[in-house]
Design a protein around this ligand. Structure first.
Ligand code: CU
Length: 291
């Protein structure tokens, strides 16, 4: 949402919306390194192939919520003013019970609203989660207490990066020591999200997507980075004592730079053998019937 309009003194409700959004901004920890800021959302519409759709879903949900809010506040105010106690009135006002049309109305209307939200959420989610049939790049991301391993498979070439936990000393320059995920711009990538020990969550705020990493199970994210630049990544699931230090950098670079970077990495992959329970994947996969 690019602008934040306030209409007059529409009171506490708007104020709390503003407060909530300010809090959301603070908690989403937008750093000064983020290339673009636009209102309440990090990144831009074009940061990845999915960010436009997700932005629209978010903004339109807010607009819908605001319209419902305005109607509700107006009705409440109208009741308070029109049916206030007048001078000389005593006792209770006329009591009303079992108004069937009214009850049907306030059952149906919220159902319709939930239905509409469900419909659009489902549309966007299906579109965003549509898997790539043959992505140029597959990154098997392994979350571990409290760092990240990145296994790259690019055109059949396998390379790996073994992440070491950052030491957050409060000094300058720690950012450079964080594990860094490199991605080539404009190339579809499938992230295979795995956890080595406990549940983690893979989150690049500017990409507007976040997904849990669960031991023994592989979740996926499919996207195409569309803008060059540096982004912040982090674990978004409380995973132990140093959860807050489970950070990483994301560098979206040109294809050439990406190839050069891959050359600097050792060949091979860091697979299940480094998991806390190396057999978990097979066992869980076996019971679920996927690979
Ligand atoms: Cu974690």
């Amino acid at each position: 949402m690019s602008s934040h309009k306030r209409t007059g003194s529409r009171g506490r409700a708007l104020k709390s919306v503003a407060l909530a959004s300010a809090a959301a901004l603070v908690f989403s920890a937008c750093s000064e390194e983020q290339p673009v800021q636009r209102g309440w959302l990090p990144g831009s519409r074009d940061t990845t192939s999915n960010t436009a759709e997700i932005t629209d879903l978010w903004v339109n949900s807010w607009i819908a919520a605001l319209i419902v809010g305005l109607i509700t506040w107006a009705l409440m105010l109208w009741c308070m003013v029109a049916y206030r106690r007048r001078k000389g009135e005593t006792g209770y006002p006329r009591q009303l019970a079992y108004n069937v049309p009214l009850e049907i109305m306030y059952t149906i209307v919220p159902l319709v609203m939930v239905g509409v939200l469900f419909f659009y959420t489902n549309e966007v989610q299906r579109s965003v989660d549509e898997p790539y049939t043959d992505p140029d790049l597959v990154v098997d991301v392994r979350g571990k207490q409290w760092a990240w391993d990145f296994n790259y498979n690019y055109d059949g070439e396998e390379r790996y990066f073994a992440g070491v936990q950052a030491e957050l000393t409060g000094e300058e320059g720690v950012r450079e020591t964080l594990p860094t995920l490199y991605l080539p711009v404009d190339q579809p990538v499938t992230f295979e999200l795995n956890a080595r020990d406990v549940i983690h969550s893979f989150w690049i705020p500017a990409f507007l997507q976040k997904r849990d990493m669960i031991p023994g199970r592989t979740n996926e994210i499919h996207l195409t980075p569309q803008e060059l630049g540096s982004f912040d990544g982090k674990c978004a699931e409380l995973c132990g004592e140093y959860h807050s230090e489970m950070l990483f950098n994301v560098e979206v670079v040109t294809e050439e730079e990406f190839r050069d970077y891959l050359e600097t990495l050792p060949e091979g992959q860091l697979g299940d053998e480094y998991d806390r329970n190396p057999n978990l994947h097979e066992n869980v996969a076996g019971t679920e019937g996927d690979d």
